[in-house]
Ligand binder design. Sequence first.
Ligand SMILES: [Zn+2]
Length: 496
Amino acid sequence: MSLHRTTFLDYALGLRLLLVALGLCFLASCSKDEGPPRHLLLIVIDTLRGDALDKAGLAAMGLPAAEELRTFARKGGLFRNAFSQAPWTPPSFASLLTSRYPSTIGFSADGLAFGEQPPRIREEDEPLASKLRRAGFETTALVAGGQVSSRYGFDIGFDQWLEVERTDGSDIDAVLTEAQSFLDRNRDSWNDSRFALLLHTYEVHGPNTHHDLLRDLGEDCAGIDSFKTYDSGIVLPKEFAEVEDMEEERRKSRCLYLADVLYTSRRLGEFLNRFERDGLLRDTLVIIVADHGETLFERILAGRGRMHGHHLQDELLHVPWIVVGRGIQAGTEYDELVELIDVLPTALELLGVEPTPNAYQGRSHAKILRGLSSDSGRDIAFSEAPYQGMGAATLRTKTYRWVEMTGGDQKPPDGPRGKAWWDAIKLPSTGFFGYGPTRKEKNLDANNHAQKIAKYRSQLEHFRNENLRLRRPAVRQPSIDESTRKELEAMGYLGE
Ligand SMILES: [Zn+2]
């Protein structure tokens, strides 16, 4: 009898221990489907505006341009208030990869000097790929070249860095074909190894090319048959002077941009569906961001209706940030204020990789994404736009934003067209903006907000001083070659 009781007690104890163990397994990592995701897939869609995914923004046109991306985002979280640190590619990418503001890592030179003597990020900056490679990841980048280039040191830490060819304004097919081939080639090793894969495309960057998809965007876009002011992706001052109906230009410009967004969304949707079917999504952290946005005739910047690179307006700084992966709450959109420099520390925490102490200015928002904390994001966000010897900086909260010029030698570049270009570029110099419920910014009268502006100015100065304190000497290369110069000119970065 006693033997029986003992056996029963042993059995009951054993059952309880088993249940406890199963419970612990649920919380920790007892199988490959628990714990941090094994891999990282980081997709950067160059020039994709934040409101392309937002029903209060571009999607308010009622056009299903980014439906596949929105569907994918519902598998995880979407930050609706994410902002890039700069309105053009090199400083924004440098900030994304190093989690530092552009001026602290030498990316605050003026635009022409950028072209002549590119600054570089360094191994010592602990960029994302270096950090992950040391943590045992195989690191691969498949990018569309141009400004996303090894000449800025962006290849540092990558085992493989491939810049694919852009043909007739299109590159996403080439990037995704290479990506699929990379995944297939190494399929047998993904259970025992970790990969970090960076994909980058200029598909929505001008010139916009997918005119055949205009009819899929609904009645508003179906009838557009004249593209002459947009084919270069740039509207020059001379061409702009010939524009008669601004509202019509705005509609055309949006439609042509959205047709490229539609193509990009469909292609990425197909790629990500295959990624999921192949069983990779359940063990991968997928992050999708943009490096900056684009002006679509909201205002005329530098004499152009289509523009990015030099100004600090929201259509240039507001970017999407999607995060999908194990442990992240599905179907959640977040209004917390976040910055692109936060992507790196957030990715490290979600992947279970210890960050290097004091290496980064960004901060992790993993807890927001896991639904584990009352972390309310950032109180303020900062962006800067160094160009042509001047600088501009902006500081925002969720309700207001202040932008101001930040010095420099303030003189036009050399050359016969220097002054015209200079005059076009340098406005607007200061401004105070407010946000309503739709997050659309509104220019406010500075005279009515003097106290608030004083506070924003002082916080901005504090930010700039902190960045000066953290600044390290820029690493520069000799001049760029002629083909790179032509490429930069074609994309509108070196003036005209
Ligand atoms: Zn870019």
